[in-house]
Design a protein. Structure first.
Length: 198
């Protein structure tokens, strides 16, 4: 019995360590992937202008579009209370101002959280016949975001923004700890209750 408990503890510890390492190192390669569309995950907007975190994601999405790595940009994010516009709308305005054709932009304006961002973005993109995706966010956010997208059956690859507002260890570490805990909670929840809608 004790040996079984030790084994389970070792498996749990290995899982915790593996998850942390996978988050910290995700998307650190030099690949230049292509897909039908890039989904740029929303972040805060301030009076109609993207926050530094959101702007970093937008710059990366626009770069993918300008480099012909994607044909469409999907901007996600609804409007929080008292906001002048949705995150997605702010993203679109920023992209158009930086040379992206409005015809190549899709908006998902209903959600404020990563899981609903991904689910609703897929619904919007499905209407355009889009089959493959690049998911753009900050590097430490990508492991969980891609996990959530793959759980929806999406063909997806994460692309970390080179323009992230999270540059110092002081800003990265709290973000990492949050993502570590939330991803493990999501995975354990899916393992225990793997039914859509729960």
């Amino acid at each position: 019995m004790k040996s079984m408990i030790r084994l389970l503890l070792l498996i749990g510890l290995a899982y915790i360590c593996f998850t942390g390492i996978s988050i910290w190192t995700y998307g650190t390669g030099d690949e230049e992937p292509t897909a039908d569309a890039a989904i740029v995950l929303g972040a805060a907007q301030w009076n109609g202008k993207p926050s530094p975190v959101f702007e970093g994601r937008l710059k990366q999405g626009i770069e993918l579009y300008q480099n012909d790595q994607v044909d469409y940009l999907v901007f996600t994010g609804g409007a929080s209370e008292n906001a002048v516009s949705s995150e997605a709308q702010v993203g679109m305005n920023y992209a158009v101002a930086n040379g992206v054709s409005r015809d190549d932009i899709l908006l998902e304006e209903k959600s404020l959280f990563t899981k609903s961002n991904v689910i609703n973005a897929k619904e919007v993109a499905d209407n355009k016949g889009i089959d493959s995706y690049l998911l753009v966010s900050d590097q430490l956010h990508l492991k969980r975001a891609v996990y959530l997208a793959e759980s929806q059956g999406m063909e997806v690859q994460g692309v970390p923004t080179k323009y992230s507002a999270y540059q110092s260890l002081e800003t990265k570490f709290p973000f990492f700890l949050r993502e570590w805990g939330v991803l493990m909670g999501q995975q354990v929840s899916d393992l225990i209750w793997p039914f859509e809608g729960f």
